[in-house]
Design a protein around this ligand. Structure first.
Ligand SMILES: Cc1cc2nc3c(=O)[nH]c(=O)nc-3n(C[C@H](O)[C@H](O)[C@H](O)COP(=O)(O)O)c2cc1C
Ligand code: SF4
Length: 498
């Protein structure tokens, strides 16, 4: 192939030199027309990084082009309604429809294989109930909290400004304001875009202590106190780990550390900033609970909790034991399943580390009940929440409420192009490129985020009414069934016993 390319190029050049006037001119034009390709071809031959391009100049480039559009080709032409990953077309469509407030019904019956293992369903009742919107709100705040928060059962999960664009953050917060729910800042600190729309905030504090750090990266009580006093900050979440990359820190590269981001995070612009894998403010369960207490006091009694992906069970048991022995109650605990999303993570961490949500949630709920601490602490779950049924299953397993990240991104218009870590998100959501984020209209997407939330909560209400339940507290594991083998069905309370 390489020789063929060199041969054709040589013929073109020799032809140009030896032909008569008319042919000479034609060759000249051909040469001018093809010269960019010829240059690219020689560049391919001379470069040493890509074997395919070296062996197949020009043609080899097609491989890289097709690779780059593989997700789109697969999404548009190959995947069926039910087999797309991480989210199939059906799940994505229901979010788009609910966000746009258009048709929300499906024609002709289910497409699911009800006789295949993995199929799950809710048992309804002949005696349906009526539920008011207020029955689907919860109060977060233990007896030690002075400013309990009246929360929706579904809030926006942590995603920082930096991993999301300015317009995405403005739309999420505007949606939260419009729909009366809360928006988690993510660990990147509170930006102006989190504040402008005046939606309720959950301020997340990660190991980098962004927005409340000293120059050496340690926790600054003074800065924390100042920012926690922001009226829209309703709760504070200490991030211990997240499902997509538990036990893995992060780094903000120097070139992404713009003056704007540096100001929000209280770091020096243009330098690489580390989020270590562990906190420097504490190093055991007692330290964690003292930190919870400290943040609660510094924030004048706002609810303070922590988020983790479950790893070693005995470590969580030890936290519960310390809660019991110290009498310091976090106001909420967020459990993130290992199936959770991220902007970027190493494959092994996304695929193989951490406990999947259902197993983790059932264990955490049981453990909190066993230690007699559940009544004081609300349990929040996150991981692939898209529909009302997803929420009802998590309520059944013991959650009081849920957080959603990627479904909220779909509401913003995410097309699952899987480019979040490239910085070139085509929908303007996971990018800082002004030309791309321009396409994300804040007014329109604010309404979509609020619509998605409202219609999903309505779906939960309708499911619960069909089951004859009167509120989220009524939902127990025996409500849900799963086919585990072709001829064997188990209830959730048999799969995940109390
Ligand atoms: C783009 C993106 C950024 C995220 N950033 C954070 C973060 O800053 N802190 C955090 O605790 N989790 C972060 N997460 C994880 C989500 O908050 C959530 O726990 C996880 O995605 C599971 O929810 P989902 O299945 O609804 O997406 C991020 C997720 C995404 C997709
Ligand atoms: S559309 Fe943007 S946010 Fe959605 S998956 Fe692709 S890159 Fe990520």
């Amino acid at each position: 192939m390489r020789n063929l390319f060199i041969g054709i190029s040589t013929i073109l050049v020799i032809g140009l030199g030896s032909a008569g006037h008319f042919v000479h001119q034609a060759f000249w034009w051909i040469l001018v027309g093809f010269s960019p390709l010829i240059i690219m071809g020689f560049f391919d031959i001379l470069q040493t990084k890509h074997t395919i391009r070296k062996n197949y100049p020009l043609l080899g480039r097609l491989r890289y082009f097709f690779e780059s559009i593989r997700p789109e080709i697969s999404q548009y032409f190959i995947e069926s309604d039910l087999n797309g990953r991480p989210f199939n077309r059906r799940d994505r469509s229901v979010v788009y429809q609910r966000a746009k407030g258009v048709r929300q019904t499906v024609p002709f019956g289910t497409q699911l294989h009800t006789d295949e293992p993995g199929y799950e369903w809710v048992t309804h009742s002949l005696y349906t109930s009526h539920i008011e919107e207020d029955d689907l709100r919860i109060t977060i705040g233990s007896s030690q909290c002075k400013q309990p928060y009246n929360s929706s059962i579904m809030n926006v999960s942590a995603m920082s400004f930096g991993s999301l664009s300015m317009n995405a953050v403005l739309s999420l917060n505007g949606g939260a304001k419009r729909g009366n729910f809360a928006h988690n800042t993510g660990e990147g600190g509170i930006s102006d875009y989190h504040k402008q729309p005046e939606g309720d905030l959950i301020w997340q504090i990660g190991t980098g202590y962004f927005g409340c750090r000293n120059e050496d990266g340690t926790f600054s009580p003074d800065l924390f106190q100042k920012n926690a006093a922001t009226p829209t900050v309703k709760m504070i979440e200490i991030k211990l780990s997240q499902g997509a990359k538990p036990g893995h820190g992060g780094i903000l590269p120097a070139k992404k550390n713009t003056p704007e981001i540096a100001k929000i995070r209280h770091v020096k612009a243009g330098t690489a900033v580390l989020s270590p894998p562990r906190h420097s403010a504490f190093n055991d369960s007692k330290g964690l609970l003292n930190f919870v207490n400290q943040l609660r006091e510094l924030s004048a009694g706002k609810p303070v909790g922590f988020k983790l992906c479950l790893g070693r069970k005995e470590e969580f048991e030890e936290i519960c034991e310390t809660i019991k022995s110290t009498g310091i109650y976090p106001d909420f605990i967020t459990i993130d399943g290992s199936e959770g999303g991220t902007g970027a993570a190493p494959l092994e961490f996304s695929d193989r580390i951490g406990t999947p949500l259902y197993d983790a949630l059932a264990f955490v709920y049981n453990t909190m009940v066993n230690y007699g601490i559940k009544d004081e602490i609300k349990l929040i779950a996150s991981g692939r929440v898209m529909t009302g049924f997803d929420i009802v299953k998590l309520l059944a397993l013991g959650a009081d409420g849920v957080n959603s990240a990627r479904a909220m991104m779909f509401a913003l218009g995410c097309i699952q192009a899987l480019e979040c870590d490239s910085g070139h998100c085509p929908t303007g959501i996971a990018t800082q490129e002004k030309s791309l984020m321009k396409g994300l209209d804040v007014t329109d997407k604010t309404v979509r985020v609020a619509n998605f939330h409202k219609n999903t909560i309505f779906a939960v209400k309708e499911i619960l009414e069909a089951t004859g339940k009167h509120g989220t507290d009524d939902v127990r594991r025996d409500l849900i069934y799963r086919r585990v083998e072709e001829n064997k069905v188990m209830r959730f309370d048999e799969i995940y016993p109390y």
